[in-house]
Design a binder for this molecule. Structure first.
Ligand SMILES: C[S@@+](CC[C@H](N)C(=O)[O-])C[C@H]1O[C@@H](n2cnc3c(N)ncnc32)[C@H](O)[C@@H]1O
Length: 202
């Protein structure tokens, strides 16, 4: 069987899915999710549609449901184990098995796109950004939180797709999303960036 980084990632997350919610990563994820939703709510107080890319077990969508009870929620993740758990955790959401690079949603149909600690796993990051811009309505926003480590250190990491905040900002620009917020989260290794789709789009 031919494997590449993405296949190995998906297998890894399938295996991890059963224990993911009790694992070390929650120490970071829970607080990062809260920070993301605070920043988003500042931009759009009551979104009608929210999409979480790389939604994992659905914890961020769960919080989004509490905060925006009438919003239509969507999630997408390529790991079947994650998708199954997310469907159980947020039954009102529509959870797709799929990847950021090909979103099964109509053009200009989403108010808020979220993605937490997933971006460095995306195989074609620019294609994914273009997809995000396509599904966002004008004035909609994308809030991305992801690991950021110094470039020299990233070279030694298994995932060389970890980007600096500046490089991440360039993806937003190229996709026609104007960066309005970019800062470290409570942990210096995870940065948050929020961009808004202007009328220009891509
Ligand atoms: C570290 S987990 C983060 C899960 C969740 N967002 C959280 O904050 O806990 C990374 C997730 O990204 C997903 N992922 C990997 N490649 C992806 C891709 N190309 N598109 C979307 N999600 C992807 C994995 O399956 C996994 O569920």
């Amino acid at each position: 069987m031919v494997t590449n980084d993405s296949t190995m990632d998906v297998e890894h997350f399938n295996r991890w899915s059963r224990t993911y919610d009790d694992s070390w990563i929650q120490r970071y994820a829970v607080r990062v999710h809260t920070e993301m939703l605070d920043v988003v709510t500042n931009e759009i107080a009551t979104p009608n549609t929210v999409l979480d890319i790389g939604c994992g077990t659905g914890r961020l969508l769960c919080k989004a449901h509490t905060l925006y009870p009438s919003a239509q929620l969507f999630g997408i993740d390529p790991a079947e184990g994650m998708v199954e758990l997310a469907r159980g955790q947020v039954p009102t959401a529509t959870i797709y098995l799929g990847a950021a690079e090909s979103l099964p949603l109509a053009d200009s149909s989403v108010d808020v796109v979220l993605s937490s600690i997933s971006f460095h796993h995306w195989n074609d990051q620019l294609a994914a950004f273009r997809e995000i811009s396509r599904v966002l309505r004008s004035g909609g926003c994308f809030c991305l939180a992801d690991i950021s480590i110094p470039v020299w250190l990233a070279k030694f990491a298994r995932h060389i797709k970890i980007k600096s905040p500046a490089a991440t900002g360039q993806f937003f620009d190229e996709a026609g999303l104007q960066v309005k917020v970019q800062h470290r989260t409570f942990t210096r290794f995870i940065w948050l960036t929020l961009g808004v789709k202007g009328s220009r789009g891509i």
